[in-house]
Design a binder for this molecule. Structure first.
Ligand code: SF4
Length: 373
């Protein structure tokens, strides 16, 4: 498959890893954060960590939108889904995310009309097909998925579809990264920038990392050689005393982003003054809400969601993992009270969750042994 096989070549991967090793100074510890959960899964699925020298530590960032959603927003989605007039639609990985009193799959089993969709346009189609019901789409994701929600709302407005609304939980990538850089808990040397988000926003929004914090950032793709090459580019910057934004994923990411998608987003959304992030607290201008021009389709207004705050379960350490302060296996309930079958936190459920990556790709046994040595 073009652009897949070429980026999984084991011989090339070993050669790039060897070059990375030559650039790692003995005695120096390098902490590199991969912002995106998709990168975390590539790293563990393909054993990339095992190819790197010991001096390089990869820290997992907050770039999984399901994981960072606070429990109060999960509960509010469930409250809407339980209304008898509602067909509640969402992406598959939201179905098992735990709220304080269960998840969407459980309330579906109890009779709520919850349906998995692959796109917000599927939800809009359901609204056309069920004019006597209210169809709500649980919108979630970074700038990667926000344009498809925006285009769907533009179409709903154009067609005058009245029984459709969106519970908007879209978030933006730059403010939480800035919050992490401001945090005294974490010392990072560089960032592997998120590839999918960058197809929409481009590379320019990351320029604050070198400019304001002196940290290199390399936007990377999702195949093993993409990750290794991005680490090599970071190591070259650090070795040469350079500090800039570079684009490893240029075959997909335009430097200026996708202007048509950004225009749709600007028409349909506006920034929320504050939004709560699991583990990171309230971050200014870090999420999107539906703009006044589209407020008719805003499920928060239609169903008067109260904006409740709900604390995570006491045993759960998702917040520390999301901040990169703890590794997943260091959570006290990892692999015991919290497993993919019985998740306590969203990081164990989501296809981009760091805990799911550790659990599913065999890191658990080795890391646990390492942790107790
Ligand atoms: S193991 Fe479970 S509770 Fe602990 S951080 Fe991961 S998802 Fe959260």
């Amino acid at each position: 498959m073009k652009y897949v096989k070429e980026f999984r070549n084991a011989e090339l991967a070993r050669a790039v890893a060897a070059e990375i090793a030559t650039l790692a100074e003995p005695g120096r510890h390098y902490k590199i954060m991969e912002v995106c959960g998709g990168h975390t899964h590539t790293i563990y699925r393909h054993g990339i960590k095992d190819l790197l020298p010991d001096q390089i530590e990869l820290v997992h960032g907050p770039g999984c939108p399901v994981c960072v959603l606070p429990m109060g927003r999960v509960d509010e989605g469930i409250d809407i889904a339980e209304r008898p007039e509602v067909i509640f639609t969402c992406f598959g990985d939201m179905m098992r995310v735990p709220g304080s009193r269960g998840n969407l799959l459980e309330i579906k089993a109890q009779g709520a009309d919850v349906r998995m969709v692959y796109s917000p346009l599927d939800a809009l189609r359901l609204a056309r097909e069920n004019p006597d019901r209210q169809v709500v789409f649980y919108a979630i994701g970074f700038e990667t998925t926000a344009p498809s929600t925006a285009l769907t709302l533009q179409r709903a407005k154009k067609e005058g579809i009245e029984n459709f609304s969106v519970f908007c939980n879209h978030v933006t990538i730059v403010p939480p990264v800035r919050a992490l850089l401001d945090s005294p808990d974490l010392r990072l040397d560089a960032f592997i920038g998120p590839g999918h988000v960058s197809t929409i926003i481009g590379c320019r929004p990351y320029e604050f990392m070198p400019a304001d914090y002196g940290k290199p950032c390399v936007v990377a793709g999702f195949e093993p050689l993409d990750i290794l090459q991005s680490i090599l580019m970071i190591m070259h910057q650090l070795a040469e005393g350079r500090c800039e934004v570079e684009n490893q994923y240029a075959r997909v990411v335009p430097w200026e982003g996708n202007l048509a998608a950004l225009r749709s987003m600007a028409e349909v959304f506006e920034l929320r003054p504050y939004f709560e992030w699991r583990g990171l607290g309230f971050i200014a201008q870090s999420a999107l809400k539906i703009s006044p021009a589209y407020s008719y389709f805003d499920a928060e207004l239609r169903y008067s969601t109260p904006g409740v705050r709900v604390a995570d379960p006491k045993a759960c350490q998702c917040g520390e993992v999301l901040k990169g302060v703890l590794k997943p296996h260091e959570c006290r309930v990892f692999g015991t009270a919290c497993t993919p079958e019985h998740p306590l936190g969203a990081l164990m459920v989501s296809s981009e969750g760091a805990c799911a990556a550790y659990f599913n790709f065999g890191r658990r046994a080795k890391e646990k042994v390492g942790a107790t040595e």
